[in-house]
Design a protein around this ligand. Structure first.
Ligand code: NI
Length: 184
């Protein structure tokens, strides 16, 4: 149980492709998953990918009851996804604001498919599959992008919709009731 430092934009590890996990139920994998949850909770993130703590393995976690960084969205059950696969179910894309623990203090508008099915393995090595929409679908895509070395900033089309939260809010470009004491 260790809170790790989240790597930030500019660290070349974040640009690398992570490798498949051969042994989802191994002790080593359980330790990585525990450290990821400890770290995600400490940083109050909605999700985290293993490369963000310097481990280039295809493991993501996500979920929260309520999240001060995203106060207006519905809760997502805490999920561990190993070797995830995403299937796009709608060609229709939606724009929404994203943040990332590796890009602290900033938000950007990203267009993504709104309806997906994801599959993968849990920490016992059991196969899981789920169809999701909206913010849930967005979080899963954002986290899985990390496994291919992609940060949300690289998905952006309009860089005028990118900036520090405080400046975006002051200029009515982005609005939220974000808790200003929480860690980014
Ligand atoms: Ni991220």
């Amino acid at each position: 149980m260790t809170i790790k430092t989240v790597l930030r934009l500019g660290d070349p590890i974040l640009q690398q492709r992570s490798i498949e996990v051969d042994d989802p139920d191994s002790y080593e994998t359980q330790v990585i998953i525990e450290d990821m949850f400890d770290t995600m909770h400490e940083y109050k993130g909605a999700g985290l990918a293993a490369p963000q703590i310097g481990i280039l393995k295809r493991i993501v976690i996500f979920g929260f009851e309520s999240n001060p960084r995203y106060p207006d969205v519905d809760s997502i059950p805490e999920t561990i996804l190993i070797n995830p696969v995403i299937e796009i179910l709608s060609t229709e894309k939606k724009d929404d604001w994203e943040g990332c623990l590796s890009v602290p203090g900033l938000r950007g508008l990203v267009s993504r498919p709104d309806h997906i099915r994801y599959s993968g393995y849990d920490k016992n090595g059991a196969y899981i599959e789920k169809e999701v929409k909206g913010f849930h679908a967005r979080v899963v895509q954002h986290e899985c992008d990390h496994l291919d070395g992609i940060l949300y900033v690289q998905r952006m089309k309009d860089m005028t919709k990118f900036g520090f939260i405080s400046e975006l809010e002051q200029n009515d470009i982005y609005n939220s009731s974000l808790c200003d004491t929480c860690e980014e």
